[in-house]
Write a protein that binds this ligand. Sequence first.
Ligand SMILES: Nc1ncnc2c1ncn2[C@@H]1O[C@H](COP(=O)(O)OP(=O)(O)OP(=O)(O)O)[C@@H](O)[C@H]1O
Ligand SMILES: [Mg+2]
Length: 323
Amino acid sequence: MSNTVIEKSTVIEIQNIKKHFKDIKAVDGVSLNIQKGELFSILGPNGAGKSTLARLLTTVLTPTSGDATIKGHSIKTGKSSIIKLIGVCPQEIVIYDILTAEENVIFVAQMHDIPFKKAKEKAKTLLEKLDIGGRKIWAKKFSGGMKRRLNLIMALVHEPEILFLDEPTAGLDPQARRIVWDFIRDLKNKGVTIVLMTHDMIEADSLSDHVAIIDHGKIIAQGSPTELKEKHGSENVIEITFSEKEDLNIVKNQCDNISSVNNYNVIGERTLLISFKGGMKNFIEIFQKLILVENINDVETMNFRQNTLEDVFLNLTGRRLRD
Ligand SMILES: Nc1ncnc2c1ncn2[C@@H]1O[C@H](COP(=O)(O)OP(=O)(O)OP(=O)(O)O)[C@@H](O)[C@H]1O
Ligand SMILES: [Mg+2]
C-alpha cells in the first residue's frame, strides 16, 4: 500500500461556529482548520456536539453564529457547491428498506449521475470490500452492522474528495469494526480528506492524523494522538479497583508523596487511576508504597498500561468518555 504524497493546504476552515437550540449550546464557539488528505477526528462523549457540528459542516443546519468554509465555500451561502464536494455518512442509518444492498448502492450512485453499468460494478466491489453478502435480500432484513456498513458505502459511492463519517462503527462487532477501519485507512491513502465523529478513543487513536476533543460544544484540546497523550497525561497509568472504598481514600492521600506520580483521578467509589512517569521501576515503587506499606485489605483488579486518549479526556475533564 503506497501513501499518496499530499501537499498541506486547508480545506475546511471553521470560524467560531455556534449552534444553540434555545438554551442548549450544542456547538459553542468551535474554530478548527482541517488539512487536505488528513483524517481528522472529533472525539467526545455523548451529547458533546459531534453530530451537530457534522450537520453544520454538511449544510444540514444553519449556524446560530460563526461560519465555516469548505474549499472556500461558506456553509451559509455555498451549499450547492459544497454538496458536490462531500460525502456524508450520518449517525442515523439512512437506507431504503425495500431495496437490496446492491439496489441501494446503485440507486444512490445514479442520483450522482453514475451510469447504471458503472454503478453496478462499483456496488459489487464496495459490497465485497465491506463484506456485505445477501445481495438478493431486502435491506430491512439486515443486521444493524450490515446496515451501518451499507450506509457507509452509500456515502462514498460517488468518490467525494471530502468525507464526513458520524460514528461509522457504532454497534459493529470487533471483526466488522476492523473491516471498516481498514476501509477508512484505504480511503485516506487514496487522498480523501476524512472528518470522523467518534466517541471511540481506540478508533480515534488508531486512525487519526489529528484529533480535536469536544466537550459541551467546545474544543478542549487538539493535536495528533501522540501529542495529546504527551501533553495531557503521562506515559503510564495504573488502574486499581479496591474491594473497599476506605482503602481508596488511604491510597489516594498517599499519591501526593510519590514524586513519579503526575496526577490521579477517582472513578466511582472504588477505582483509582494513577498517571505516572517512568516505567516498571516506578510502577514497583508505587505499588510498594501504596499497596504494601499502606497495608491495603484487598485489591479487586489492577492493571498497568500505557496512557490512552481516554486518560487524556479524564485528565482534562475529570470524567470518562463513556460514563
Ligand atoms: N435538533 C435539536 N434540538 C434540540 N437539541 C438538540 C438538537 N440536536 C441536538 N441537540 C442537543 O445538542 C446536544 C449535542 O447533541 P449532538 O447530537 O450533537 O451530540 P453528539 O456528540 O453527536 O452525541 P452522541 O455521541 O450521542 O451522538 C445534546 O444535548 C442534544 O440533546
Ligand atoms: Mg452524534
